[in-house]
Design a protein. Structure first.
Length: 509
């Protein structure tokens, strides 16, 4: 029987006496793909940090064998020397350096006195061809899209003679075309005998790519199964520990009169040749979930930024909220009018990482807890924090814990709590479930329906077409800054949305 390339046995890792991993064991052979699934906070990333040397030998219990030898790594450099390379969700490229410089960073050819530029150029050309990336070696990384940067990271890994490639949420920010390219490359690597550990919440990718699927829940190894005869529902049930009635728990709710009317919205960066939002008009009704779809770059996010007063270029629009004209020039104006927004990039624009979970939740409404002479009513603030943490099921050891220590799904819930504390009439959710697990998604969907039942109106921007169709009452489709289609959700298909998103004609159904 063929010896496994990787054999992790009974891995236990604790933080301050709390076990993050409780005896997890996995095996993987060369040329196989093992997908690791689990809710955010389940221990997936901790396990990969143990494997890749971020947590060194001696800081965990259990054993790791690679190619039959016991691994005693003290750093990532040690594991990379063995052929274990990890590509994190947050890419680690130096944006101001060229593709070639990034690929050979820390592994330059030649001597300190004289680098072998010709050989590094030749190798870079070969590596870029291997990952099917048609760019020049001296191209600055800052000029590349996220998908291209992801491929550069893989080229960089291949340059290190990788034997085991770890991909952590590699497609969370990619377009459908970029995802297809990446999945094809991983399939090619399998054929070349390179093993891969694939971490993703996108279960259709997991099933299409994997040989094996391991599920971790609350630090425990639930099961490892061959992908044959495994369904998305099987994986979800193992992840959350219960059966979900359905992935999109649509609930009946009453839709009322028009609450928001936007006409002739336009947004443009200084010096740009084309408007990012080009004369867009639409309505939003009370109690409605309005989905906004379109390819990346279609202007979806920019339109939402205009409504929330945070677009960094020039924008203008005629906005009526509950029949009254509204001029939005700042986020404060929007919040005071009753419009709140959960931003697309939660780490950059949604949280203050070093601040506690509780203070992140109350940050937008601190004035509510401050007396006229500046004293803070901490008891009232704590009551509200506890209420929203409980209502949204935010998993945190303490409200004082830095929010950066929470999983992505729990960070997202805290941001939503911050918005709800402003008591908005309209809640804008830009990619609300990006990079979070199916259990947290389900809870966010249930919350959305609970909110619209109370009369709130929601605008949801999403790149996941199944989500747009499964949750929205009505869908707007954008293309190159313009509104290209409006659809009711009944009978709506992904093909209808994609055809509208890439074609020039306008559709209304």
């Amino acid at each position: 029987m063929k010896q496994p390339l990787l054999d992790m046995r009974g891995i236990i890792k604790s933080f301050s006496g709390v076990r993050a991993l409780n005896g997890v064991s996995i095996q993987l052979k060369s040329g196989e793909v093992l997908s690791i699934c689990g809710e955010n906070g389940s221990g997936k990333s901790t396990l990969m940090k143990v494997l890749s040397g971020v947590w060194p030998f001696g800081s965990y219990e259990g054993e790791i064998y690679f190619e039959g030898d016991l691994v005693k790594a003290s750093s990532i450099r040690d594991t990379e020397a063995l052929g274990i390379v990890i590509i994190h969700q947050e890419l680690a490229l130096v944006k101001e350096m060229s593709v070639l410089e990034n690929i050979f960073l820390g592994n330059e050819l030649g001597s300190f006195a004289r680098l072998n530029d010709e050989e590094m150029h030749r190798r870079t050309v070969e590596l870029l061809a291997r990952v099917k990336l048609d760019i020049l070696p001296d191209t600055p990384v800052r000029e590349l899209g996220v998908g291209q940067q992801q491929l550069v990271e893989i080229a960089k890994a291949l340059n290190k003679n990788v034997k085991l490639l770890i991909l952590d949420e590699p497609t969370s920010s990619l377009t459908s075309t970029e995802i297809e390219i990446l999945l094809n490359i991983v399939s090619d690597l399998k054929q070349q005998g390179i093993a891969c550990i694939y971490i993703s919440h996108k279960l259709e990718e997991v099933l299409a790519l994997s040989n094996w699927v391991t599920v971790i829940r609350d630090g425990d190894h639930i099961d490892t199964r061959p992908v044959e005869n495994l369904t998305q529902n099987d994986i979800i049930s193992m992840m959350v520990g219960r059966e979900l009635d359905e992935l999109f728990p649509r609930e009946e709710h009453e839709i009322g009169d028009v609450v928001l009317n936007v006409s002739h919205a336009t947004a443009k960066q200084v010096g740009a040749s084309r408007a990012q939002v080009d004369d867009v008009s639409f309505e939003l009704r009370q109690g409605e979930i309005l989905g906004v779809a379109g390819l990346i770059g279609s202007g979806r996010t920019e339109l939402m930024q205009c409504l929330y007063g945070c677009y960094d270029g020039h924008y203008e629009a005629n906005v009526e909220l509950e029949g009254k004209s509204l001029t939005i020039r700042s986020q404060r104006t929007a919040l005071e009018a009753g419009i709140a927004m959960v931003p697309e990039d939660r780490k950059r624009h949604g949280i203050v990482p070093i601040m506690g979970v509780g203070r992140n939740i109350t940050l937008s409404v601190l004035k509510q807890y401050t007396s006229w002479f500046g004293a803070l009513n901490e008891d009232k603030e704590s009551q509200d924090i506890d209420h929203y943490i409980a209502q949204l099921k935010v998993k945190t050891a303490s409200p004082e814990l830095s929010i950066k220590n929470l999983s992505g799904g729990n960070q997202q819930k805290a941001i939503i709590a911050k918005c709800l504390l402003t008591h908005p009439k309209i809640l804008i959710l830009d990619e609300p479930t990006r990079g979070i697990d199916v259990g947290a998604k389900y809870e966010i969907y249930k919350l959305m329906f609970a909110l619209v039942k109370q009369g709130m109106s929601i605008i949801m921007v999403s790149s996941e077409l199944s989500e747009v169709i499964g949750i929205s009452d009505r869908v707007l489709v954008m293309h190159e800054g313009r509104l290209k289609g409006q659809f009711n959700h009944q009978g709506l298909t992904q093909e209808m949305i994609m055809n509208c998103a890439i074609k020039e004609d306008i559709a209304n159904v």
